[in-house]
Design a protein around this ligand. Structure first.
Ligand code: ATP
Ligand code: MG
Length: 680
């Protein structure tokens, strides 16, 4: 056995020739198998650059890179540890030319897509556009385009969506842009239709590892198959009980298909859970019990019985939040050694549930972060700057053009822009190209033309300088000059509600510029899901920005309590976990009145509960509220059926709402006064 691995894990790590699947429950060391296997492959002489490890989120990729670094040191930076999307970016940048894409194509975020769809469908109705977005994305995830999707179309609504999709595809190619779904779809097209590209990638990659395999969708599976070819040197690890992205097209079919598509597949099961106490694991096993089994599994823990799982019933969400805070304080006072803030997570079904919790944590001065919430990069000032970057790297990116030309506004009115847009669509070119079209002067007033020409000159000048701003210092200097030249600080002052807000936003801009300059200086880039950068010009850095600005969650390992949705908690672990809002209707989630819930949906919600429970290492509390606000009214609510399904021993489960917590709180206050509370 290798160090730190049990027998089954060692077998999984040592099986390096041909396909293998590690199928095992939560906390059994699947992700650990991946990191150790990377080390083992390198130990066996494989060049780090020939190994790709694909994870589900940027955060997971960053964490895996950290763990790999611990095992193999510097070589970890050459291993391609990234998400499917980041891998897709790399493949399309390298080989997208055969599909008619320039290497500097732009990546559109969800907002850009929405506004293009509105435009294509001639509507301002966001709801409707979202519906199209959802439908089109669904088709794309099944590997369909506007032509091949025609067979799927049922009814009038889909028919309209299909027409919008056709126009949307035209726009994207005119803008030299791709959306997130394309980042998996285009690599798939590349590999399936271009043999030389396929052969190149298959020769390059010696082994591909995929974590959270149960949540891959059909196109991702096809991509994997093409990447590994017939030899099938890959390792997939997953747990069918943790499949929680069915709603986004993930399919357990991928698990069933593996043994058929790869008859040589070696299936390895892991049974020991190294994460949780027996009490927690038992609750998890009880909850998942009623779900039909794709593969039988047993899971045990040797970490001892541990603290009983607690059920906390509360009056309202506010009360629930206070109880959560009290529990954290109580554990800080009573557990030895004293936990740190980072040892706690409060998990919930839906984003909006964070609000009450945030307020209570603030009131108690407990530092926290909302994982998966509004990220730094979603702030409007950062998105303004990113629009300029995108435009420098791809002049045909119309959404970026429109944002940059109005941030700050430079005397070019809406009407001029609308005319320019009309002209561009008539000549089937981008708005940037339209600015320089000789036919344009016939359409616009001299004043409008002057404004546009001025903007064009500025843009070209800045773009040229960005290309030549090599390395950190040059980039920093250039960014400073640029912001001065466009008067961005003033613009923020004019467009903020208060001076304090303007200052905060300007601070964000500074932070962002620093971060860009560092990237130009060539720091290894954790945030973009595994693409390691070298010293670059600012323009090159800018080319990865769209991806950064949207799918990355830049999270430092701060010592704070984590608030997270259950979905975003996948793969992670904390010593102390509170599951909040475990009410019927919330988890399992149900829209509208309580009623019968579709069996498949119920099973997915149950898996979500299983994921939540199995995040906990030492203690777990599950809370629910007797009433919840629905619109303006209070409605009485019931505990989730999953609480009953945990099948906890009746006498230990219910936490005494008053006596014990009061005692713990008092002790916390005493310790705080004595200056020995939980760490800052
Ligand atoms: P999930 O299904 O939640 O993704 P997982 O199967 O990927 O879980 P890991 O995160 O790899 O599990 O491991 C869970 C915990 O158990 C980690 O803290 C890991 O370091 C530890 N662990 C795994 N295997 C061993 C082992 N053989 N010896 C000691 N600790 C282990
Ligand atoms: Mg894992």
């Amino acid at each position: 056995m290798s160090a730190g691995l049990n027998l089954a894990q060692t077998q999984a790590v040592h099986h390096i020739s041909g396909p293998s699947l590690v199928l095992a429950g939560a906390g059994s060391g699947k992700t650990r198998v991946i990191t150790h296997k990377i080390a083992h492959l390198i130990g066996q002489g494989m060049a780090p650059g020939r190994i790709a490890a694909i994870t589900f989120t940027n955060k997971a990729a960053a964490e895996m890179r950290e763990r790999a670094k611990g095992l193999i040191g510097k070589a970890a930076k050459d291993v391609l540890i990234c998400t499917f999307h980041a891998l897709g970016v790399r493949m399309v940048r390298e080989d997208g030319q055969v599909l008619g894409l320039k290497p500097n194509f732009s990546i559109l975020d969800s907002d850009d897509v929405l506004s293009i769809l509105k435009d294509c469908g001639g509507t301002t109705d966001t709801q409707l556009a979202r519906q199209w977005q959802w439908t089109i994305s669904g088709w794309k995830n099944m590997g369909l385009n506007s032509q091949t999707a025609a067979a799927q179309v049922e009814g009038e609504v889909d028919k309209v969506a299909l027409e919008v999709m056709a126009r949307y595809e035209e726009r994207l190619s005119a803008f030299q842009s791709v959306d997130f779904d394309d980042l998996v779809g285009l690599p798939l097209t590349l590999l399936s239709q271009h043999a030389p590209v396929r052969e190149k990638w298959q020769a390059r990659l010696g082994h591909v590892l995929v974590d959270e395999y149960q949540d891959t969708n059909a196109t991702q599976y096809e991509l994997l198959k093409l990447l590994v070819g017939e030899r099938g040197h890959f390792t997939a690890v997953g747990d069918d009980d943790q499949s929680i992205y069915g709603w986004r097209g993930a399919t357990l079919e991928n698990l069933k298909k593996l043994p058929q598509d790869f008859p040589a597949l070696r299936v390895i099961k892991l049974e020991q859970n190294y994460r949780s106490t027996s009490a927690i694991l038992r609750a998890a096993n009880n909850v998942i019990g009623p779900n039909p089994k794709l593969f039988p599994k047993t899971l045990y823990s040797e970490l001892g019985e541990g603290e009983p799982v607690r059920v906390v019933d509360c009056d309202s969400e506010e009360h629930e939040a206070e109880r959560a805070v009290a529990r954290i304080q109580g554990l800080c006072a009573s557990v030895n050694p004293t936990p740190e803030w980072r040892d706690f997570a409060i998990l919930y079904r839906a984003n909006h549930q964070a609000k009450a919790l945030e307020k209570a944590l603030r009131r108690a001065s407990i530092p926290y972060k909302v994982s998966g919430g509004t990220s730094f990069f979603d702030r409007s000032e950062i998105r303004d700057l990113c629009a300029w970057f995108r435009l420098w790297s791809n002049e045909d990116d119309d959404p970026a053009f429109l944002r940059a030309i109005s941030a700050p506004r430079r005397g070019i009115g809406h009407q001029t822009l609308a005319q320019l847009g009309d002209f561009a669509s008539q000549y089937k070119c981008s708005m940037y190209a339209a600015m320089f079209n000789q036919m344009l002067p016939a359409r616009l007033s001299a004043r409008a033309l002057g404004g546009l020409a001025e903007f064009g000159r500025l843009l070209n000048d800045l773009q040229y300088r960005a290309r030549h701003a090599l390395g950190a210092e040059a980039a920093r200097q250039f960014l400073k000059e640029w912001l001065e030249e466009i008067g961005y600080e003033n613009f923020l002052l004019e467009h903020s509600d208060t001076a304090a807000q303007a200052t905060a936003r300007w601070g964000n801009v500074q932070e962002f510029c620093d971060w860009m300059a560092q990237r130009a200086g060539g720091v290894p880039d954790e945030a973009i899901g595994g693409i390691v950068t070298e010293a670059k010009s600012l323009l090159e850095v800018a080319q990865t920005i769209a991806l950064l600005s949207t799918i990355s969650e830049q999270e430092k390992d701060q010592n704070v309590v984590t608030l997270s949705t259950l979905h975003a908690s996948k793969g992670l672990e904390w010593p102390h976990v509170i599951l909040a809002g475990v009410n019927e209707g919330v988890l399992p989630f149900q829209q509208g009145e309580e009623g019968v819930i579709d069996q498949q949906r119920l099973e997915e919600e149950r898996r979500l509960m299983y994921v939540g429970i199995t995040r906990a290492q030492r203690t777990l509390a599950v809370s629910w509220t007797r009433r919840r606000k629905k619109g303006r009214d209070w409605v009485a609510t019931k505990p989730s059926r999953f609480i009953g399904e945990m099948n906890l021993a009746a006498d230990t489960a219910r936490e005494d709402p008053r006596a014990k917590l009061r005692a713990l709180r008092e002790e916390f206050a005493r310790k705080a006064a004595a200056g020995s509370t939980a760490p800052e």
